[in-house]
Design a protein around this ligand. Sequence first.
Ligand SMILES: Nc1ncnc2c1ncn2[C@@H]1O[C@H](COP(=O)(O)OP(=O)(O)O)[C@@H](O)[C@H]1O
Ligand SMILES: [Mg+2]
Length: 393
Amino acid sequence: MEPGVEAGKDSQRQCQDYRGGALGGDLCEDLCEAGQLRYRRCLYYERGKKVLQADWRGRPVVLKSKEEAFSSFPPLGLLDGQPEAGGQDLPEAELLALAAGEARSALGLEPAEGGLGRLGLARRGPRRRGQLASLWALLRQEEFVLLSLLRGRSPHAPPVLGSCGPFYAVEHLAAGSPGHRALFPLGPDGGRRGQARAVSGVALSFLDMVRHFDHDFAHRLHLCDVKPENFAIRSDFTVVAIDVDMAFFEPKMREILEQNCTRDEDCNFFDCFSKCDLRVHRCGAQRANSNLQVVCDKIFRHWFSSPLGSSAVSGPLRGQLRAAVQECAAPGTQGAPRVLGRLRSLLQAVLRELRDGEEPRPGVRSRLHGDPHRGTPGAARKAPAVFGNHPFE
Ligand SMILES: Nc1ncnc2c1ncn2[C@@H]1O[C@H](COP(=O)(O)OP(=O)(O)O)[C@@H](O)[C@H]1O
Ligand SMILES: [Mg+2]
């Protein structure tokens, strides 16, 4: 069947339930009445989980739900006995307490002050019953809860744009894939130097994301599923974590890791490891590796570890980068902040070198000339770039 036809059926089902009052959300009107939200195609489907591409008021978006069928989510008991169009009189305090409980179990911690306001509980109106039922399905989706709470607080997480039923919308971004030569679609390649510049820009943003998730929240945010498909890039090379199903704040991470064990391998949870304490046969609650180590291992090694690959960057600098990435990716790396700082200055040196070696072409400006990344580079290297045959990789 044509993909568009299948997607059309998805929206018909949603809209039937919407008109019947069983589900709601701020995007339902655009989907079902105004024709402003159009499903385009299915990007991903596995065991009920659906990721759809759509157009919303002229912009490409992605709609996600852990379960395609609304009925697969447990219903909100409070709604029993409420008239179909009702739900106006539900006790606010009870609802808030229930929602806080759901958010707590999704995140493994108490949502910060004002955090629940981001979930849209306060919305009232004729369709409140369907809205609440839908919010309940959304609260069962850890990714929705996390992204809602991060909205406006992180350039590295996609803001939730709205929802209809169990589906929530985020921006459609350029997602990574192991099939791309450079893991991410880096745009019209602009030659070897353009490619090297793009890779360095994306790598710097990965480092900024790692620092941000390690330090900018009350608890460290651990990424346990690091692969190109789970990240996307914006046109300014900002890296965005588009799949945060396996991202956990420190308290939940500790809960997940603390299991019975007989050897260290029993303490591996995807990309998050701890060690088995053989005296008590328990995994340590403290994660033994880090976001930086996994990003170096799963992403950077692909770009910077080819021993033979010549590139648009001078040999010595390439060698230094390769060594730094290897050190960073090695298990049990100590002194992460130092490694991160070293990688950052090497990448900044690469950008400088590419800039210095660039032939000035009238009317053509390099994309990264206004380098948005923070930090002052070390002493400027004036050595001319040696251009090889391949981009980084
Ligand atoms: N915001 C987005 N923009 C573009 N593509 C996306 C977006 N979100 C998801 N995708 C695509 O859908 C795929 C599956 O989504 P994802 O959230 O990673 O699901 P899962 O948790 O099952 O891996 C991704 O690998 C990516 O290709
Ligand atoms: Mg994924």
